[in-house]
Design a protein around this ligand. Structure first.
Ligand SMILES: [Mn+2]
Length: 311
């Protein structure tokens, strides 16, 4: 582990950034580091450029501290769970950056890069990094644990190893309320997220002898259901749950872009996402494109999947 303590000690002010279209890992990792560095006596700002931060994460300590704008000029920037600089939504070229992540596709844009592709969440990387050099507390552990269980879908992804359970156990040792986390993550869905899931499932299509599944979530469906961006997350996991399916693709028509979210069983789809300018993990990857015809996009993906010999 690199010596981040002396790096942090060189600064009075710290800016913590999480990625746009935020999920529980990026927000939990950011708020966990915030809680540690606040207690350490630093001036810390925690910033996310996105207007939509998932509401169900409001139980996390210091959730209300998340701001939209960066105010510190000469601060150390710590980025959380962001594979590339353009996912942060700010111009930070030339600034000193501590990049904490677990994406295989990470572009090493930081001055110091702590990127562990074998870690199950960015929060696991942060927890292991900070616990050896700083004093952790209950607030930080709650945020890191929430991020970990979210990114592993409660210890069910293939990134889960004995180490992940050991780390989870070490986090829980800070006396965190695991049932409160479970309730907030699993039982606070919005009605619109169920409505959009239902309409997506109704329109699912199978290709390649049932090994490939696709769903298109149109602008109209999003409008009808009232769904926000994070209501669309997790739909792809329903696709990959079908027995015959080896690759599931969801195309979401957003403002001016189509976002592709993919899951696989035992097939490395991160390379596929990289082909289209995106990134991700072995079994979970995605990208955004300005090819706005979702049907044509799915066709292109199927051709590429065959070309690459993934199916
Ligand atoms: Mn993550």
């Amino acid at each position: 582990m690199p010596d981040i303590k002396s790096l942090i000690d060189r600064y009075d002010k710290i800016t913590i950034l999480s990625h746009i279209n935020p999920d529980a890992d990026t927000i939990g990792t950011a708020l966990g580091i915030y809680a540690i560095l606040k207690a350490y006596g630093k001036q810390v700002e925690v910033v996310n450029a996105d207007l939509n931060i998932p509401r169900y994460l409001d139980f996390l300590p210091n959730f209300t501290k998340i701001k939209k704008q960066m105010d510190f000029k000469k601060s150390l920037i710590i980025t959380c769970d962001s594979g590339s600089m353009d996912r942060l939504g700010f111009e930070i070229e030339g600034r000193e950056i501590l990049n904490i992540d677990h994406h295989k596709s990470n572009t090493y844009y930081g001055s110091v890069n702590v990127v562990h592709a074998s870690s199950a969440s960015a929060s696991q990387v942060a927890f292991e990094l900070f616990r050896s050099q700083f004093t952790l507390n209950r607030a930080a552990a709650t945020c890191f644990y929430t991020a970990l269980v979210s990114d592993t879908q409660y210890f069910s992804t293939n990134s889960v190893t004995k180490e992940v359970f050991d780390v989870a156990s070490d986090m829980i040792a800070y006396d965190i309320d695991v049932s409160e986390v479970a309730y907030n993550l699993n039982q606070r869905r919005t009605l619109s997220s169920l409505r959009i899931l239902s309409s997506a499932l109704q329109g699912l299509e199978l290709h390649c002898e049932g090994e490939l599944l696709s769903m298109i979530i149109t602008k109209e469906k999003i409008k009808e259901s009232g769904a926000r961006y994070h209501d669309l997350m997790g739909i792809v996991d329903h696709g990959i749950s079908l027995a015959t399916v080896k690759i599931a693709i969801v195309a979401m028509e957003l403002e001016g872009v189509v976002r592709i979210s993919m899951r696989s069983k035992g097939i490395d789809i991160s390379t596929l996402a990289i082909e289209f300018g995106g990134g991700g993990h072995h079994n979970a990857a995605g990208f955004e494109t300005d090819e706005l015809n979702a049907e044509r996009l799915i066709e292109t993906l199927i051709i590429k999947i065959k070309e690459m010999g993934l199916l």
